[in-house]
Design a protein around this ligand. Structure first.
Ligand code: TYD
Length: 138
């Protein structure tokens, strides 16, 4: 089962230009999956926390396109906080990890690239269920 050491902060390409910088992501190149869905989180009121759950099949990449946020990742044994504060950082999350998104700055825009289309059955939303899931997959 994937754990915290499989989570990676990816430095995406950044083409610097006096006219403005440009970054990009190619599926199966900068990220190890094909992109089936993109969603984004924005207009988050101060202090709000999103995304406290794990996915059984979904791999994802989280990019703070604007502003900043923290992503707390937990594999059931250890927790780690990744700070996303540059538009060229991508946080790659493999399957089976609990994650929360918090400390959104004003005007933060978090884009998530997902390896799956939306499926409610893919979510583990209860932390105790998550710990049981991890134990049964050791
Ligand atoms: P959810 O992933 O549960 O966000 P959070 O954990 O931050 O609350 O999504 C919130 C709601 O949006 C939920 O009712 C499902 C819906 N949703 C979709 O319909 N499609 C999507 O691609 C996503 C990500 C969520």
């Amino acid at each position: 089962m994937e754990n915290l050491s499989d989570v990676r902060l990816i430095n995406l390409p950044k083409i610097e230009d006096p006219r403005g910088n440009l970054s990009f992501i190619e599926e199966n190149n900068h990220i190890p999956f094909k992109i089936k869905r993109t969603y984004w989180i924005y207009d988050v009121p101060g202090g709000q926390v999103r995304g406290g759950h794990a996915f059984k099949k979904q791999q994802e990449l989280i990019v703070a396109l604007s502003g900043s946020l923290d992503v707390l990742v937990d594999d059931g044994k250890e927790k780690k906080v990744f700070s996303l504060n540059r538009s060229y950082y991508g946080l790659y999350l493999p399957i089976g990890l609990w994650r929360q998104m918090l400390n959104f700055s004003t005007n933060a825009l978090a884009m998530v690239l997902s390896s799956t289309t939306y499926s409610d059955e893919d979510y583990i939303r209860d932390y105790d269920d998550y710990l049981k899931y991890r134990l049964s997959h050791e």
